[in-house]
Each structure stands twice: as C-alpha cells, then as structure tokens.
Design a protein around this ligand. Structure first.
Ligand code: SF4
Length: 429
C-alpha cells in the first residue's frame, strides 16, 4: 500500500553520494527546546541531565533565560549517577514542585539526555507513572534530545513523535490536513489565509500554539511537511493512516508555490483557481528576492551539516538567487521527506551525509567558497582565514517559510557579503 502521494516530477538527484563519519561539530537535540517552548505556549520542558546540558541550554537560549522560560534541567547528581538514589523518587519530587509552582502549564515533556540514557533511566515509564499522579492537572510525556541519539533539529522530531499516539482518531467520513513542523505564528497566519483562499478546510499546524491543539488523524488525513527534519513523525502519522504529500519545502517564491500547488492538487482544487490565489504573493516574493539577487548571483556557497535544512536552502539559493553550490552537507538524510527537494536539485551537486570535521573543513579551505553556511563553533575561525560565513542556527530561529519571508531569507545570505564590502573585512587576510 502506498502511503506517499507521489510528486509529478521525477526524482533527478539521487541523494547523498558520500557518507562521512568522524568528529562532528553539531548541537544535540536538546537545542530544539529553545524554539519548541516558544511555539507551544503552555508546555514545559524538563531536561533530565547534567550541568553540561543546563549550560548548553542556557548558552543556546541567550537572553531568553531572563524571561522565566518554560524549560529547566533536573540535574542528575553523583548519587543518582552512582545508582545510590532512586531517580524516580527524585523526579517525582521535582515534577510535583514544578507543577505546584507553575500554573498554566498544560503539557510537561521529560527530555532525555546523554547521562539519563547512559544510566538507563526510563523516562517513558516515569512519564506514564507521573501522568497517573497528575492526571487532572497536566499531560506528561517523554522524548530524547541526547547527543548520542539526536542532532539539533531531530529533537523536534522526537518531541512530536512522542505525542502521535495521543492524537484522536479522525472520523471515517472526514478529511483534514496536518502541516508538520514548527513554523512561527506569523507564518501560520499567512498559510491559513492562503489555505482558506484555496478552499482547503480543517487545516492543523502540528505543533500548534497550545499543547492541547492535537489534530485528529486517520484515513482522511493528509500530511505536508513544513520542515525537513520531521521524517520520523511523518512515519508515525503514516502508521496511523495518514498520507504524506510530497513537495519541496516552502522556502522562497518557487518552493512556496510548489508546496501550495502540491496540496491544492491533492485536494483537487481547480488549477486556474490555484494560480489566481498564488499569483500575487508569488510575484511579491519574486520581487523581494530579486532585491538581493545582485549580491548573490554567480557566487559559490558551501553548506556544512547542521539542521537538515541544507538541501532546501541550497535549492532555493541555486534556483532563485543564482548561486553555485560547492557541496551540501547534511547531518542526516531522510529520503521520504526530501523527495520533492531532490527533484529540483541539479544532479551533479555533491551531497555529503554525516560529518568528519577535519576533511570537511579541508574541502572548504581548498575551494574557498564565497560563503560557507556553518555552526557558530566554526564560523569565526573561517572568518579569520578570510572566508565569509553565515551562521546556520539563524535559519532555524528566524521565520523564513512562505512567500512573505522569501526576501528576508535571501537577505540572510546576502548580509555577510554586503558586510564584507562595507567593512572591507578580509582585505587583510
Ligand atoms: S544531552 Fe548530551 S550532548 Fe547534549 S548537552 Fe547533554 S551531555 Fe551534552
């Protein structure tokens, strides 16, 4: 039984030609808490980990830590790690205190880390037990954000997957659409308006703004991914009867148009009506991107692995901004959700899955691209060698999806090149 609604285009690019394993410079999945807690406004994320995990979240959250954020770390002490304390009792106490202190929390996620995994602390069982105790107050579940199991955005996939079993069953006669992956509130509003104009009803964003916004799922459910790192959740939804619509991701004018067109075609919306609805925002997006095109056209870009957004970003930059692509690195490649992207990517572009840091950096140094998209741990080092960089984390935190953000997205990549000219940075190196 096919659970994927195939794209009309043939897949041209085969996917990663090379796999690399070795030293990595990437975040662990805990980092996804930073944007997930902003998106799900009544959820709390309790990391069960070490001081290292607490430091990571504090550093990644930046100034957000001063705004009474809805995340914290239950730090495993020496006694816990040595097996002398009953971790479940400790967790029970911490969770009870937290629930008593923070009213307005409707969902608690226990988030596993490397230390909790290494001592085999079973957080799923702990969550089930705590749920029984706090049944009327809060929903409790668990997922892993550990560096052993997850890379950066995969934390969101684990988080969403952990709630799929709770989704209500869709009535047999009904149809609905799930837009999968975190988008900002402003992007959700824009997308809802366009779905309305296309006559597509019963659209759910998952995750939604409230933890209780759980879409029903069943045979009449169609899923479209708004982010490339939600493959496991998509599979879990397919397992519950949903069909996945294959499309490129809604980045840039072309990506957004193809994304909406794929949904509209699946719903049997008249092609003329689809064009009418999309034409204005599409033209607006094209104009906004063209403002930055002169800065970007003809330049070469190299993307190091970080968030799984690398392939759609590279497609947008080559297709709409005229950049040449040196190499695309991705921490993990999921063929299921990436089919629509690969169909639009030039066949010869090298894609490397995984990372071995030293050889990866040697390739950057040898080819000296005009722009390297990389993590913050690498960026300043490359800048000091006269190479321009773009911090990849910004692509996850900024609202970049949809027609109205296409210009801003191109602007993110044009900025380091414009700064180079203004400051004449690199002229000394
Ligand atoms: S989960 Fe693992 S990789 Fe992430 S901060 Fe904690 S110890 Fe480090």
């Amino acid at each position: 039984m096919s659970t994927v609604i195939a794209s009309s285009e043939d897949v041209q690019h085969p996917g990663p030609q090379t796999q690399e394993r070795g030293q990595r410079a990437v975040f662990c999945g805990l980092t996804s808490i930073i944007w997930l807690h902003r998106r799900i406004q009544d959820a709390f994320f309790l990391v069960v980990g070490s001081r290292t995990c607490a430091h990571l979240i504090q550093s990644a959250a930046g100034v957000m830590i001063f705004a009474e954020p809805r995340f914290a770390t239950a730090i495993l002490g020496e006694r816990d790690l040595a097996g002398m304390a009953d971790c479940h009792e400790e967790l029970d106490r911490v969770v009870s205190e937290l629930i008593a202190r923070r009213s307005g929390i409707n969902r608690l996620f226990l988030v596993g880390s490397c230390p909790s995994e290494v001592i085999k602390l079973d957080l799923e069982t702990a969550a089930a037990k705590l749920q029984t105790k706090h049944e009327n107050r809060v929903r409790i579940s668990a997922f892993s954000g550990s560096g052993i199991e997850t890379t950066f955005t995969q934390g969101e996939d684990e988080c969403l997957k952990s709630t799929v079993a709770e989704l209500p069953v869709l009535e047999a006669s009904k149809q609905n659409l799930i837009v999968l992956g975190t988008v900002s509130d402003i992007v959700e509003d824009q997308f809802r308006r366009l779905f309305d104009d296309l006559g597509i009803k019963d659209v759910h964003f998952y995750p939604g703004r409230k933890a209780g916004d759980l879409p029903a799922v069943g045979k009449g459910t169609r899923v479209i991914a708004a982010q490339p790192f939600v493959g496991e959740t998509a599979r879990a939804l397919i397992g519950r009867g949903a069909e996945l619509i294959s499309a490129p991701f809604p980045l840039g004018a072309e990506g957004s148009k193809a994304w909406f067109e794929a949904v509209a075609a699946t719903y049997g919306v008249d092609a003329e009506r689809t064009q009418q609805v999309l034409e204005m925002p599409y033209q607006r997006a094209k104009r906004a991107v063209s403002v930055h095109r002169s800065k970007l056209e003809g330049k070469r870009i190299h993307l190091l692995p970080d968030s799984q957004l690398e392939i759609p970003m590279a497609r947008f930059l080559s297709e709409e901004c005229g950049l040449g692509i040196n190499e695309i690195g991705t921490p993990f490649h999921d063929q299921l959700v990436m089919r629509g992207e690969l169909a639009r990517l030039p066949k010869e572009v090298p894609i490397v899955e995984g990372q071995d840091l030293d050889p990866a950096l040697s390739r950057v140094r040898a080819s000296r691209p005009d722009l390297t998209v990389c993590g913050m741990g690498i960026a300043n080092a490359l800048e000091s060698e006269g190479l321009r960089t773009k911090w990849s984390i910004e692509l996850v935190f900024s609202p970049v999806q949809g027609f109205d953000q296409a210009g801003d997205l191109a602007g993110l990549f044009a900025k380091p090149l414009a700064r180079q000219e203004i400051l004449e940075v690199g002229s000394w190196s």
